[in-house]
Each structure stands twice: as C-alpha cells, then as structure tokens.
Design a protein around this ligand. Structure first.
Ligand SMILES: [Zn+2]
Ligand SMILES: [Zn+2]
Length: 344
C-alpha cells in the first residue's frame, strides 16, 4: 500500500518504512524538475523499504528508472540507505555535503574491529563500567560497535552550503545545518508557496527540524578526530539559521509537515537550555559522562535502556558536557581518570 501525499507545486512525498524503528518511516520527497524527478532522501536499505519506494514512485506517476538525481540531507541509513540502488536503476547522481561524504568514505573503509576498539576506548574514557566494555573487547565482538549499512554509496556530487543545486527549472538552495551530523543540510525551495501561505518558500528539513521530536545530538563519531568538536553548539546555531529563514512550510523527513518554523525553533532552543540547566544541577558533584548519562532524564529508566542505546545516551551526555565546558559553566576535574566534570 503506497502512502503518498501531494504538497503542491510539483512536490510529493512518500513513506518508506524503517524496519524495527519507532520512528516508523522516512518521508522521501519527489521534486519535479525540467530533467525529471529528483528525490530528497531515499530511505532504509531493505527489500520491503525498496518495494515501498518503488510503489510510492509509481503512485506519483514516475518510477525509480526515471529519477534524475538524489539530494541527501545527511548520511544516516534511513536517509541515504537506498541512494545507491536508485543510482543503479536510473543512473541518477547522488549529492551529499562533504563532511558527511567523509563519514561515508570512512564507514566503507573502516573494519568492524577498528570500530569495536574505538567504541571500547571511547566508552572507557567516558567512565563506562568494565562489564559494559567486555563484549566490545572480546575477540569475537565483530561488528558489535560497527555502524549499520557498512557499504553506503559514495556520492558523485558535493552539496555546497549557500549555493543553488543544479536542478533545471527549480530554485533549491543548500543551507548547512551541522549538529545532528557534521554535514547535515536543509534544502530551501525558494519558490512561492503553492497555497499562498505567508513566509519564504519551503524548507526540506531532514532530521534537523521535526514537528514533535528532538533529533539525537551526540558526538561526530570519528576514530581519527583531532579537534574537540561541539555538535550541540553547532546544532543550536543551525536552529537559529533556519529560524531566520522563516519558511512558509517545513517538509521534514519524519512525522509530518508543519508551519511556524521560528516558533518550533524557539521551543527547541528552550528545551536545550532547560536540559543544560538540569545537567548543571546534577554536576554539583563531579561526574563522568557515563555517570551523568545514568542520572539524566530519558524516555525510560536507565536499567531498561538497551546496550546499544546506552552508547547513544552517553554520546548525548558528552555533547552536552562539551557545550557546558565551552560556555564556561562546567569544567573537567584536574587529574581525574576517567575524566569527571563539575559545574563551575
Ligand atoms: Zn538522522
Ligand atoms: Zn532520520
């Protein structure tokens, strides 16, 4: 059963399911151009998801073989997963921001053992207990710390921030919105809203701006990271950037379309400010990132958070700690090992 929607002005969407994921589906957008349809994201690489994509394209009056190009908001497998298969079927180009292309290249080249070692070292430095690290350090831990979709497609084109994409007959401008990933982009359709809603065009927001949930902000997982990045700081800056665009409508990659982007941005900025304040209250005594994650508020008690989800939770705690350190509101305790942080 194809679930498609017509958003007017030559833009449609279809739902591509994400297997075993509470998010349910990715919204793939089909944008008509003078050279044929262009997709914004493609969905998870899975046979059922591919069927949903091809059925959805048929319901939109086209097919995978007719796709002219694929614009990918970020490298995550629920967005970029099927890009390679679309390219094989149609000869379409694939465009991605350079920072996420670097991650795709690394994912293709890094052996699973390297990921396990990297994850184990990183979690040890964050204060993870030995029983959590043991499975990662076991010789048979192949793939335990690896990323899903080990061979994502290498793109053929680079999405350059601030520039129009080469889409004949359309004005689609790339807006760099790092935070959720280092190369996440939103795409601003600089055309009047088809129903005349007030505001400036429409924004394909990927995972950056969603109507009801906040995207995961962790660390930019890079075994070779040399500089200390600040993904949460990047994300908050990126939120302000899309708020200032004031699009008439937001077309996100999950959930549903919505208006009042500046209002949603204000909510998210307030949410993160509250969260940082809450963490400071926990940091009156020194805590490692792991201990902080155990005490933070999640959608379920820590004991019920799965093994893999604890990695995500700790990354989120670390992203918040980096922000607090950068703001001068927390600091590392000198000589602590694993490093502990305290409010200042
Ligand atoms: Zn994502
Ligand atoms: Zn997503």
């Amino acid at each position: 059963m194809a679930r498609t929607a017509d958003h007017g002005g030559g833009v449609r969407s279809l739902r591509v399911p994400i297997p075993d994921n509470p998010l349910g589906y990715t919204l793939v957008y089909v944008v008509d151009t003078d050279r044929g349809p262009v997709l914004v994201d493609t969905g998870w690489d899975d046979p059922a998801s591919w069927d949903a994509l091809t059925e959805g394209l048929a319901a939109c009056g086209t097919s995978a073989a007719e796709i002219h190009g694929v614009v990918v908001t970020h490298h995550h497998p629920d967005h970029h997963g099927l890009s390679g298969r679309v390219r094989e079927t149609s000869g379409a180009w694939i465009a991605l921001h350079a920072a996420d292309t670097a991650i795709v290249r690394r994912t293709r080249e890094t052996r699973p053992e390297r990921w396990s070692t990297y994850m184990a070292d990183k979690l040890a430095a964050a204060g993870a207990p030995e029983e959590h690290l043991a499975p990662l350090r076991a010789p048979r831990a192949r793939g335990r710390g690896s990323l899903p979709g080990l061979s994502p497609a290498l793109p053929d084109r680079e999405i350059v921030p601030g520039e129009l994409l080469d889409l004949p007959g359309r004005r689609l401008r790339a807006v760099w919105t790092p935070g959720h990933t280092p190369g996440h982009v939103c795409l601003h359709l600089e055309e009047e809203h088809p129903a005349g809603l007030p505001g400036h065009g429409r924004l394909f927001s990927g995972d950056h701006l969603l109507p009801k949930i906040t995207p995961h902000i962790g660390l930019y997982e890079d075994p070779d990271e040399v500089t200390v990045t600040d993904p949460l700081g990047d994300y908050l800056d990126s939120l302000e950037r899309v708020g200032r665009l004031a699009p008439a409508e937001v077309l996100p990659a999950h959930q549903h379309t919505f208006t009042d982007a500046p209002g949603r941005v204000r909510q998210l900025l307030a949410h993160h400010e509250d969260r940082l304040t809450g963490l400071l209250a926990l940091l009156t005594a020194p805590l490692t990132p792991w201990r902080l994650a155990e005490r933070m508020e999640w959608n379920r008690p820590w004991e019920q958070i799965s093994y893999g989800s604890r990695h995500i939770a700790v990354a989120e705690a670390e992203a918040h700690l980096r922000r607090l350190v950068k703001l001068g509101r927390a600091e590392a305790v000198a000589g602590s090992d694993p490093v502990a942080y305290v409010a200042v």
